[in-house]
Design a protein around this ligand. Structure first.
Ligand SMILES: N[C@@H](CCC(=O)N[C@@H](CS)C(=O)NCC(=O)O)C(=O)O
Length: 321
């Protein structure tokens, strides 16, 4: 384990804000692909996924792993939700129900894995991480690319039905890419841009763009089950992880409070509940205790007393209400 002080990178309270008060997310740095004939071959048991149940980006990867029946191919470790000055801790550093120790190296924090790969690493110590056990390398730490790999890279090794499940199908790709583009900017990242803004103007710009996009999505879901086409796609997975956190966290903690999903968006509300209650990959990867604890505890610049609100009760309403 490194003893170098990297708290300017690991402590979210020390994250610099821009001169206009807007939050700018840095691009991920490890961007390799698992592919046949490449440095990272598709193989059963070779890769390990480090996630937080709290993190929407990491949860995308958990959902896709389950939808593609990859649980026996890629094992998972879940960090503790309280992200402090050393960043994400493993259960050995901060025990929490359903959190794990690091099975590969006994690391105490996610930052130890990054520094193990590159002692000079100067990016953020984020999850998800897709780790290669053979070469001891980080394959990729960008969720949008990890889910693309899970969707297709292991198909030759999977049974026919799992291999055939395609969440980024050729005929819908252009539409999925188009939706992903503005949903990322204004919704997935929009909630963070709203919550991490340090000026009134930056906050209002972000929150208004966010709700304009929610209005647009509400219109798109009228009379439809899925965001793009008539099947479950990557576009649903990428939106779900933000919408499921919306009422329990983003409305309060990130001040995204023009409307709630449950009271203001009947179509989005129906869509999110249907995925959650009827598709196990969504419900089984959703842990509201981790989600609520993480956000309300980990950003003392927003919530200095770290009090976790009791509501809403329930975290998600049943399908028939
Ligand atoms: N673009 C990345 C973003 C990942 C990300 O920002 N994860 C957050 C948790 S939700 C994190 O680990 N943050 C730690 C930090 O910034 O110190 C992805 O989609 O995988």
């Amino acid at each position: 384990m490194s003893t170098k002080d990297v708290s300017h990178l690991s402590d979210i309270g020390k994250m610099p804000s821009s001169s206009d008060g807007s939050f700018n997310r840095k691009p991920s740095t490890f961007r390799n692909f698992i592919e046949k004939g490449g440095k990272f071959e598709p193989e059963k048991g070779r890769y390990h996924l480090y996630v937080s149940y709290a993190c929407p980006w990491a949860t995308r990867a958990l959902i896709m792993r389950k939808l593609k029946d990859l649980e026996d191919f890629i094992d998972v470790s879940v960090v503790s939700p309280r992200m402090g000055s050393d960043g994400w801790p493993f259960a050995t550093a901060d025990a929490f129900p359903d959190a794990d120790a690091d099975p590969l190296f006994g690391a105490q924090h996610i930052k130890d894995l990054y520094l193990r790969v590159n002692p000079e690493y100067d990016g953020r110590f984020t999850v998800p991480i897709l780790w290669d056990k053979h070469t001891g390398a980080i394959v990729n730490n960008e969720s949008s690319e990890i889910i693309r790999m899970f969707n297709s890279a292991f198909n030759d090794l999977l049974p026919g039905d799992a291999a055939a499940r395609d969440f980024y199908p050729g005929p819908l790709r252009a539409q999925i890419d188009e939706v992903n583009g503005w949903v990322y900017d204004t919704v997935n990242n929009g909630v963070y841009r709203s919550g991490f803004a340090t000026s009134q103007a930056a906050y209002e710009t972000a929150v208004r763009a966010l709700f304009d996009s929610l209005d647009r999505l509400e219109g798109m879901l009228k009379g439809k089950e899925y965001i793009v086409g008539d099947q479950l796609t990557e576009a649903d997975i990428r939106l779900f992880v933000t919408i499921i956190r919306f009422d329990p966290v983003y409305v309060g903690h990130f001040k995204c409070n023009i409307r709630t999903i449950r009271d203001g968006y009947p179509e989005l509300h129906r869509w999110v509940r249907k995925l959650y209650w009827t598709v196990p990959a969504f419900k089984d990867t959703c842990n509201f205790a981790h989600i609520k604890m993480h956000y309300y505890w980990s950003h003392p610049m927003i919530n200095p007393h770290r009090i976790v609100p009791v509501g809403p009760i329930p975290d998600i309403l049943p399908l028939d209400q």
